[in-house]
Ligand binder design. Structure first.
Ligand code: SF4
Length: 164
């Protein structure tokens, strides 16, 4: 089956095993390399990037503005809890549609280190882009992708957000 993607039961992404392994290698390398920087950076100097595909598609109330969307914490998707935790800890966050918005934000603002949540492909790409812009990124991959109402590992995400 040359065109069919071969996936085993643990591979939840629309990626071949080889692709998934390659993207996760990039993610793991960035997490190892930049976690100390993330830990020692004061909360208000960190920045969190979230993917708009996590929103509840039909009922999300997050309003669009120049840098993505602002969550109203309706709690209909995981970002309600994550953005609440970010606000409680004075960590700026952005719900972005993709990598180009992320670069716009980094061009306009001055952040030292970032955390991303995205599918392995997008996360690996964002890590390389942000690190290249002088804002190294750590992150947590999505565990349910599909570009609609995606989900991440909440414990890992919330722990990483405020780790010191
Ligand atoms: S919690 Fe925030 S991002 Fe999620 S559906 Fe509600 S307003 Fe949208």
């Amino acid at each position: 089956m040359p065109e069919e993607r071969q996936r085993d039961k643990d591979n939840k992404y629309n990626l071949t095993e080889e692709e998934l392994e390659g993207y996760m290698k990039v993610v793991n390398e960035h997490n190892e390399k930049y976690m100390d920087l993330w830990k020692k950076t004061p909360f208000e100097e960190r920045v969190l990037f979230l993917p708009h595909c996590m929103r509840h598609t039909a009922e999300c109330e997050a309003e669009e503005y120049e840098f993505g969307r602002m969550c109203t914490h309706c709690m209909k998707c995981q970002m309600g809890r994550i953005t609440t935790a970010a606000e409680e800890n004075n960590i700026p966050y952005y719900i972005v549609p993709g990598g180009s918005m992320l670069l716009r934000i980094l061009n306009a603002k001055d952040y030292n280190v970032s955390m991303g949540i995205a599918c392995p492909f997008e996360l690996a790409e964002a890590m390389e882009r942000c690190t290249g812009k002088g804002c190294p990124m750590v992150g947590v991959p999505l565990v349910k992708d599909g570009c609609k109402e995606t989900q991440t590992d909440m414990k890992k995400a919330l722990d990483m957000l405020v780790v010191t």
